[in-house]
Ligand binder design. Structure first.
Ligand code: GLU
Length: 507
């Protein structure tokens, strides 16, 4: 490989970017960076009917949130600008002309009704209508009409399309992930490449732009594998060198839900997002959930997506973007689809949340406390966050994990109380209060020392004492280390809570 690697992400702005699309962008990015190449963002908006307001901005924001940055493209510029196909309209007619002149493409004038009638007639015979070598001379096009008539129709301004003249051969394609793929082109149709409204279809614009933008590798979703033969043949028809192709495996529904492609409906049904960012449909105003708004960290999403269909073959799963770049190998991407797993991405989020610098988490959590009108010293919040973060998957879990620091229990979990409250509990609690009162230093280690000392001296078991303290301080049998809780609550509050449990009606 001596040419500089250049790859592109080429989404169509037809709605919010699905996480499958985001993974395609990520794999392109990793491949480009691994080979010291360029990564481009090209917006394929030739299909005005499917154009959705806001989708392009959404795509750019999603890439920026996940740190999948591009070197050239919409919003950034570059040597091959413009990067939005609707702004490249005038480029494509020249190229379709070239294919027409080379006899690789032809004009066709069949109306939508005529084509429908053909389709129906084939269906009635139990066959599928394919517009290609076997019937093109019987349809309304440059094969059945004289060249004069074709000219007349064009001059008259009749609606037309330009179709690719699909050859009849056995084509051997090479895909970097799938290896050799053999295609009988006799079964393929003469795809429409250009329409009389002056707009190219996806196929023409995509090939012309990849060529002009000097793309060396086309890395895209498996749904485009059926188009690969046409694309390779189009490069040949133009006399251009084709890029290499790699078709990424599908992202499938969660295991147990079948082998279909992961859809927005699966997400809705099971309550997880399939989009990186929240999206409000501009027409229906329906809101679709986003990972960002769901409290996921972009690093966690990126790490998770990188391992969806690819595996560096090491016995760990947490990788920084730099490591992913270093390890990435297109040829190790799986052929088989990868089942989506929401528990796995939560696991990644948990792991990455542990890496967030403590002051950042403290700042996030402080704003939650402010909203709840709780005032507490920065030092205390820091101690609390440091203590409970290991159990948190999301920043929003911090409140649930630590609310008892800010509000003393008003009642106690009934089952736990019943189980823990025994004959000696009253006297144990009263004595404990005295132990706590006597403490002059208030660190978890000192507190532990004194409480354990009290337990041994009185011939008690840990099980008679520790659950009682936890119940008094937390209200239930949950929470972090009891000695740490005592240290944070401090003397007065600890004593207050122990007394509360002591006085609480037990039946
Ligand atoms: N515009 C196509 C899409 O939306 C791009 C396919 C390709 O990468 O060639 O997926």
């Amino acid at each position: 490989m001596n040419k500089k690697v250049r790859v592109r992400f080429a989404p169509s702005p037809t709605g919010p970017l699905h996480i499958g699309g985001l993974r395609t962008a990520l794999f392109n990015y990793l491949f480009a960076k691994k080979h010291g190449g360029d990564f481009l963002l090209r917006i394929e908006d030739t299909d005005q009917v499917r154009y959705v307001e806001g989708a392009e901005a959404y795509i750019m924001e999603a890439l920026s949130w996940t740190g999948i940055t591009y070197d050239e493209g919409v919003g950034k510029g570059g040597n091959h600008a413009p990067y939005r196909q609707s702004e490249r309209k005038n480029i494509y007619s020249k190229y379709i002309q070239e294919l027409l002149e080379r006899g690789e493409a032809y004009y066709a004038f069949d109306s939508a009704e005529e084509l429908d009638a053909q389709r129906k007639a084939y269906e009635e015979r139990g066959e599928t209508f394919i517009y290609n070598w076997h019937n093109r001379q019987n349809l309304t096009n440059a094969f059945s009409l004289s060249s004069d008539e074709v000219q007349q129709r064009l001059q008259r301004g009749d609606a037309y399309v330009v179709r690719f003249k699909m050859p009849q051969e056995t084509l051997i394609l090479h895909d970097l992930i799938r290896g050799e793929v053999t295609v009988d082109t006799k079964l393929l149709d003469d795809k429409v490449l250009f329409k009389s409204d002056g707009m190219p279809t996806y196929h023409l614009a995509n090939i012309v732009d990849d060529h002009l933008m000097e793309i060396t590798h086309v890395i895209r979703g498996e749904e485009w594998l059926p188009s690969m033969a046409l694309h390779v043949l189009m490069y040949r028809a133009f006399g251009w060198e084709a890029p290499e192709f790699a078709h990424l495996p599908l992202i499938l529904k969660p295991a147990g839900m079948g082998n279909g492609k992961l859809s927005k409906r699966d997400g809705d049904k099971m309550g997880f997002p399939v989009f990186p960012l929240e999206w409000e449909d501009p027409i229906t105003k329906n809101i679709s959930k986003g990972y960002r708004e769901g409290g996921y960290l972009p690093e966690a999403l990126v790490n998770f997506l990188a391992l969806l269909g690819w595996n560096p073959g090491l016995d760990r799963e947490i990788f920084s973007v730099e490591e992913l770049i270093e390890l990435f190998d297109l040829e190790k991407v799986n052929k088989a689809g990868a089942h989506f797993d929401i528990e796995k991405i939560k696991w990644f989020n948990h792991q990455y949340l542990q890496k967030v610098p403590l002051p950042t988490l403290v700042a996030d959590f402080s704003s939650v406390l402010t909203q709840k009108a709780i005032t507490i010293s920065q030092d205390k919040v820091t101690q609390i966050v440091a203590l409970v973060r290991e159990r948190a998957t999301f920043v929003t879990d911090l409140w649930e994990l630590s609310h008892f620091f800010f509000e003393a229990p008003k009642e106690y979990e009934a089952k736990a109380l019943k189980k823990q409250w025994k004959e000696h509990s009253s006297s144990i609690l009263s004595q404990l209060i005295e132990v706590i009162k006597g403490l002059t230093e208030f660190t978890p280690v000192i507190i532990e020392e004194h409480i354990k000392d009290f337990i041994t001296k009185n011939n008690l078991g840990l099980g008679q004492v520790m659950p009682l303290i936890r119940l008094a301080l937390v209200g239930e049998m949950k929470g972090p280390d009891v000695f740490s809780i005592i240290a944070i609550l401090a003397k007065e509050e600890t004593i207050y809570r122990l007394q509360n449990l002591l006085q609480y009606p037990k039946e």
